[in-house]
Design a protein around this ligand. Sequence first.
Ligand code: COA
Length: 371
Amino acid sequence: MIKAGLEDVVAASSAICDVNGTEGRLIYRGYDIHDLAEHSTFEEVAYLLWFGRLPKKSELETLVKELANNRVLPTGVVDLMKKFPPAASPMEVLRTATSALSMYDPDGQNDNHEANLRKAIRLTAQTPTIIAYWDNIRKNKPMLAPDPSLSLAGNFLYMLTGKKPDEISTKSLDIALILHADHELNASTFAARVAAGTLTDMYSAIVAAIGTLKGPLHGGANQEVIKMLLQIGEPAKASATIHRMLDEHKKIMGFGHRVYKTEDPRAHHLRMMSEQLGKRLGELKWYEMSREIEEIILKEKGLYANVDFYSASVYYMLGIPEDLFTPVFAISRMSGWTAHVLEQLENNRLIRPRADYTGEKNLKYAAIDNR
Ligand code: COA
């Protein structure tokens, strides 16, 4: 009997990412996430995911340039975005604009491996532009041209805020992007692989992934976390609110994980960043409140904070609007999704599992007037 939600079912072979839920380890292509978070950059990690090994200096320089030079959106996509209702959620906008991008891709319907690699680079380069531009459009702010001298993280903050970010902000976002880049067969990656397995195009697979990430049980959790922190408002109010939520059997967003039964290794880095950014701003309350909630949930429910819990306060302190938190997750995961699509296509077979039928059998068809 298969457990609900395909728990523990191994549904693909992959050499991209290994999640060890009992030891709390996360590995990209053989490298521990702690090493990558401490020493690497998001661009280098994207290379690692796509090409299966760390780049040499010149290879990284080439990819950095390609990512920087592909940030501009086709005018048709920008014009389309300007027609969206201002209240559209950024994830809806990302989903629809990404779908539209496919019609402007210079490689068109060409979906050989080299063309798909170029599409992966374009998608990863253009996602931050879509998100920053949407925030500009809905707030009637100027839409800045991307700055190719900045890293992907730095340029996103620049286009979003209109100011060149300082080193700490850029580095914090860059680490957050490294931490979110891939996570084995999470729901959105699985959705992308299922779509790719039909031999549809890369964009269709990515649109399926974006729609899947949007859900509050997946990438939508980080936005729910900040809503909760803002509602609580003060560390002194955290304990009473959380205990009340637990008494009401409410799920506390940012806790629990299908695979990790111990600390999520990504939470460690985000927790440190939350403290550092709080100290820099002279406002430690978001970090302190988060720490308090973390202790309560561990004590009362035995659940650990996941990647979404501390990323919420980190993004908030970086000045990122709350409803862009899940899109920021998508900026990073785009590298992992596209790596999985490329891997799926390398050795493709249609993904078509079976269902255990639990419905009625042998019913006799009755004419509509006799029901
Ligand atoms: N708060 C309170 N209780 C939680 C919980 C949370 N965040 N996460 C799990 N639980 C409880 C469930 O209520 C359930 O209890 P029960 O057996 O008494 O009914 C039990 O733990 C198992 O939870 P379940 O939802 O079945 O686990 P899952 O493996 O299907 O779900 C998540 C994993 C991540 C979807 C789940 O932990 C969750 O909803 N977390 C909050 C959303 C979130 O942060 N998502 C981002 C994941 S990175």
